[in-house]
Design a binder for this molecule. Structure first.
Ligand SMILES: Nc1nc2c(ncn2[C@@H]2O[C@H](COP(=O)(O)OP(=O)(O)OP(=O)(O)O)[C@@H](O)[C@H]2O)c(=O)[nH]1
Ligand SMILES: [Mg+2]
Length: 433
C-alpha cells in the first residue's frame, strides 16, 4: 500500500472524527486516525527531509558512558538488586506471564533469526481489505463465542432478567471482563428491558455499547518530533512483539518523513540485538547497540539519547528485555533506564508503550497491572490479533485501565500495525460488517 500517501492524506486532516457506526455492508471505512503521525504541521518541522534519509552507519557505543566524560550511573555492570518482593507481588508477576528463569541459564543460539518479510506495496483498496479481513479473522475466536451465544439466546426473545444474566455470562466468556460485561448489560437494562429483541438487534446494540467503551482509548501515539528526539520506551513481557513493533513503527515513521533510530536495549541476548540490527538495515534507521552482550542497558540508553540529541534524530525507539534472570531485576533495570535518560532529557521517555500479545487473553490484564506499578505506562500496543486471538480482552483493558490503545497488530508486515479504531473493532468483535 502507498503508506506514505496514506499518512500524508491523514496528516492533512488529523482531527477528523470517527465515521458513523453505520458503514454500509461491503464498504470499507476510511482509516480514521494517523498512526503516530505528529500533530505538528510539517511547516513546524523545518529541516524535515522530503526524500528518504540516507542510511547512516550502524552505531556501536564503544564503551557505554565512558565516552561521554560524564557518567550518569556509575556502575558499568549491573549491581545485584536489593529489592525484595512480597509473596503477593511474586504471585502477581508469575500470573502476568513472567517466567521463573534461573540466573545462569545459558541462552542457546537461535537456529535462525526471525526474518519477517519486508513490507510490500499493495494497491490501497487491497491493503485495506486485507487489513480488515485479518482483523476480523483475528477476532474470530471471540466473535464466534459471542455471536453463537447471542444467536442462540436471542432468536426472538423478551429481554428479561434471565436473558440479561445469560448475556453477561456470554460477554465474560468472550474475555470482555466482569466490569465491562456488567456495564454493557446495564446499558441493555436501561434501554431495552422488557422489549422483544432479535439476535441481530442485540448484536448491533452490543457493537454500540462496546464502541462506547473503546472510543475514549482509541488514541494515536502522538509524537512531538520537535523534542528531537521524542523517546518511546517499549516494554512488555517476553515474546509479546516489542522488537517487531519497534521495527514496524520505525518503518512507518521513516515513510512519514521522520528521522528515527532504535536502541537495542535488550542487551542480554545477542539475538535480540541482531534482530533489531536487521530491522535497522531494512528500514534505514540507525541502531544503537551495546558494546558487549549483557552491557548495562541504562548506559546504552544514556549514550544513545545523548547521540540522538546531538544529531537531531526526531524519534528514538528504545527496545527493552522481556525477561531477566529475575523479575525484580527487570523492574529495576526499567526504572534505571528511565532514570538515566532523564539526566539527558528530564521529560524522557515521552511515551512508554506496553506491548501486549492478544492471544494471552485475560493474562494481558495482569500484565498491565504489573507494568503500571513498575513504570508510568502511557499507552498500549496489542499485537497478534491475526492469530487465534482473544480480542475481547481489549474491551476489558479499556474498561479497567482507560489507557490509550495506540496501535494493533495483525501480522508481520509494517503495514499490519495500524491505529486502533473503536468502531471497527467493536463491530468486528460481534461479527458485524
Ligand atoms: N502473527 C503475528 N506475529 C507477530 C505480530 N507481532 C509480532 N509477531 C511475532 O511474534 C514474535 C515475537 O516478536 P518479538 O518482536 O521478537 O517479541 P519481543 O517482545 O521483542 O520478544 P522478546 O525480545 O523475546 O521479549 C515474532 O515471531 C514476531 O514476528 C503480529 O501482530 N502478528
Ligand atoms: Mg525483543
Amino acid at each position: 500500500m502507498a503508506l506514505k500517501d496514506w499518512l500524508g492524506r491523514i496528516r492533512s486532516k488529523p482531527s477528523e472524527a470517527e465515521a458513523p457506526l453505520s458503514t454500509p455492508p461491503g464498504q470499507l471505512p476510511e482509516p480514521e486516525t494517523p498512526l503516530g503521525t505528529p500533530t505538528l504541521p510539517s511547516a513546524a518541522m523545518p529541516g524535515l527531509p522530503a526524500s528518504p534519509i540516507p542510511v547512516p552507519p550502524p552505531f556501536t557505543a564503544p564503551s557505554p558512558l565512558a565516552r561521554l566524560g560524564a557518567a550518569p550511573e556509575p556502575a558499568p555492570e549491573p549491581a545485584p538488586f536489593e529489592i525484595t518482593l512480597t509473596p503477593e507481588e511474586e504471585a502477581a508477576l508469575r500470573e502476568a506471564g513472567f517466567e521463573a528463569e534461573p540466573e545462569a541459564e545459558p541462552q542457546p543460539p537461535p537456529a535462525s533469526l526471525p526474518t519477517p518479510p519486508l513490507p510490500v506495496d499493495e494497491p490501497e483498496e487491497a491493503a485495506r481489505a486485507g487489513w480488515f479481513s485479518r482483523l476480523r479473522a483475528g477476532l474470530s475466536r471471540s466473535t464466534a463465542r459471542l455471536t453463537d451465544s447471542v444467536t442462540t439466546l436471542f432468536r426472538k426473545r423478551r429481554l428479561d432478567e434471565e436473558a440479561l444474566e445469560e448475556l453477561e455470562e456470554t460477554l465474560i466468556t468472550a474475555d470482555l471482563g466482569v466490569a465491562a460485561s456488567r456495564r454493557i448489560v446495564e446499558g441493555f437494562r436501561r434501554t431495552r428491558f422488557g422489549k422483544e429483541v432479535t439476535d441481530e438487534e442485540v448484536k448491533a446494540a452490543l457493537a454500540e455499547e462496546i464502541g462506547t467503551i473503546l472510543a475514549p482509548v482509541a488514541q494515536p501515539l502522538v509524537l512531538d518530533p520537535a523534542r528531537a528526539p521524542h523517546v518511546v520506551l517499549v516494554v512488555g513481557v517476553n515474546g509479546t512483539g516489542k522488537t517487531t513493533t519497534i521495527a514496524k513503527l520505525g518503518q512507518q515513521y521513516r515513510e512519514g518523513g521522520l528521522s528515527c533510530a532504535f536502541v537495542a536495549g535488550d542487551t542480554f541476548r545477542a539475538a535480540a540485538v541482531e534482530q533489531l540490527q536487521i530491522w535497522g538495515e531494512r528500514t534505514g534507521a540507525r541502531v544503537f547497540t551495546p558494546a558487549k552482550e549483557g552491557a548495562d542497558a541504562a548506559g546504552l540508553a544514556f549514550d544513545a539519547l545523548t547521540a540522538a540529541r546531538a544529531e537531531g534524530v526526531q524519534v528514538l525507539l528504545v527496545d527493552t528485555a522481556g525477561r531477566l534472570h529475575n523479575k525484580t531485576a527487570l523492574m529495576e533495570e526499567l526504572r534505571k533506564v528511565i532514570r538515566v535518560m532523564k539526566r539527558v532529557d528530564p521529560e524522557a521517555p515521552h511515551s512508554v508503550l506496553l506491548v501486549l500479545d492478544a492471544t494471552t487473553g485475560q493474562n494481558a490484564v495482569q500484565q498491565v497491572k504489573v507494568f503500571k506499578e513498575m513504570v508510568d505506562v502511557t499507552g498500549l500496543a496489542v499485537t497478534k490479533l491475526d492469530g487465534s486471538a482473544k480480542g475481547g480482552v481489549v474491551v476489558a483493558l479499556a474498561q479497567e485501565f482507560g489507557l490509550p490503545v495506540h496501535v494493533v497488530g495483525v501480522g508481520e508486515k509494517a503495514a499490519d500495525l495500524r491505529p486502533f479504531t473503536a468502531r471497527d473493532y467493536a463491530r468486528g468483535l460481534v461479527g458485524l460488517p
